[in-house]
Ligand binder design. Structure first.
Ligand code: 13P
Ligand code: SF4
Length: 332
């Protein structure tokens, strides 16, 4: 299929929808394309295991931003969600950045439209705006600072105490940071659909069945879940905790994709995914956006170099400022 024909299928559905032989060896083909095109594949811990296994680097959203900033490949293939690929593009405006499925969004980013955040800013002109990286490039462009779950405390602590703050869009992360820093902030009312789906009743029940297990949680989880946790941290923080803690059993409250890398790090420990409300059969929580990517879409996106992430020069320049400030503060 020609590039133009491929592009036509992309325009209809947001990813390349092309028939391929059933026995296609995606691993071999992707490795070949990686070499041919001098491409780097960056994958988030919430991607399906096959994608994590073929990626050049797997990490949390902060680590992936650093990797994107230092990438010297010609092609950056982002196996994650849209805001992550956009961040990579903002950091590398002259490079081609690909995302296997353009529909891979995020409920947090969707909860914070630029005009609504601008209206809040206008109402509180003396506040500065700290946004979680789970936002669009346009929202970053009107933010003063960005943060991720692994550096949010450090970023908030870097702001003078008498400076009022608007924190968007995750109210759960924001509330947790307020507690950690003792800092009152004006919180946006957004949430992650995956982390808000954990069931406290089922979690207590699971803990009764595994009384020695330590509960660990991502800070996007609701307060009643976080209250039960012995450790709260970003995806990489959770992996490090399980690695370094002497316990042998953990109940993990975050997207289930993390268990792949976690289990590799601690093959002899028992990892139990925290149960969600919906889930009566498999006790797992998967982000429907993260899971839009698969090996077929990854292969096709590398072959045709589509879909590509575009950010206008004006937005790129403005959005780079809070991202770069975040990277500089976190590196200190
Ligand atoms: P991390 O920053 O822990 O990777 O979490 C990001 C996230 O929410 C991915 O959806
Ligand atoms: Fe967004 Fe939640 Fe999915 Fe992360 S897990 S991409 S925060 S919807």
């Amino acid at each position: 299929m020609s590039f133009d024909q491929a592009k036509a299928t992309l325009n209809k559905v947001g990813y390349l929808n092309i028939d391929l032989p059933e026995d296609m060896d995606y691993v071999a083909e992707i490795i070949k394309l990686k070499k041919e095109k001098n491409a780097i594949i960056l994958a988030h811990y919430y991607q399906e295991p096959a994608i994590q296994d073929i990626a050049d680097f797997v990490g949390d959203s902060l680590q992936l931003s650093y990797k994107a900033a230092e990438a010297n490949a010609d092609l950056i293939v982002f196996a994650g969600v849209h805001f992550m690929a956009e961040t990579a593009k903002i950091l590398n405006p002259n490079k081609k950045v690909l995302l296997p499925d353009l529909n891979a969004g995020c409920s947090l980013a969707d909860s914070c439209p630029t005009d609504a955040l601008q209206a809040l800013k206008d109402k509180h002109p003396n506040h500065i705006v700290i946004t979680y990286v789970n936002t669009s490039a346009e929202v970053k462009a009107i933010s003063d600072l960005c943060c991720t779950s692994s550096n949010a405390k450090k970023i908030v602590d870097s702001v003078p105490l008498d400076q009022p703050i608007i924190f968007a869009p995750d109210k759960n992360l924001g509330a947790w940071i307020q507690k950690e820093t003792g800092r009152e902030m004006l919180l946006w009312d957004g949430a992650c659909i995956v982390h808000e789906a954990f069931s406290i009743d089922k979690l207590i029940h699971t803990h009764k069945e595994h009384p020695k297990a330590k509960i660990i949680a991502h800070p996007e989880s609701e307060e009643h879940i976080l209250k039960t946790a012995e450790y709260i941290g970003s995806t990489s923080g959770l992996i490090n905790y399980v690695k370094n803690n002497p316990a042998n059993e953990f109940i993990v409250a975050t997207e289930a994709g993390i268990l792949h890398e976690m289990q590799k790090e601690v093959p002899n420990k028992k990892l139990i995914p925290a149960p969600s409300h919906e889930d009566n059969t498999c006790a797992c929580s998967e982000c429907p956006y993260m899971r839009m990517n698969n090996m077929k879409k990854l292969y096709l996106c590398m072959k045709y170099e589509l879909p590509e992430i575009h950010v206008s020069e004006e937005i790129q320049k403005k959005a780079l400022i809070p991202i770069q400030k975040m990277l500089d503060i976190s590196a200190k």
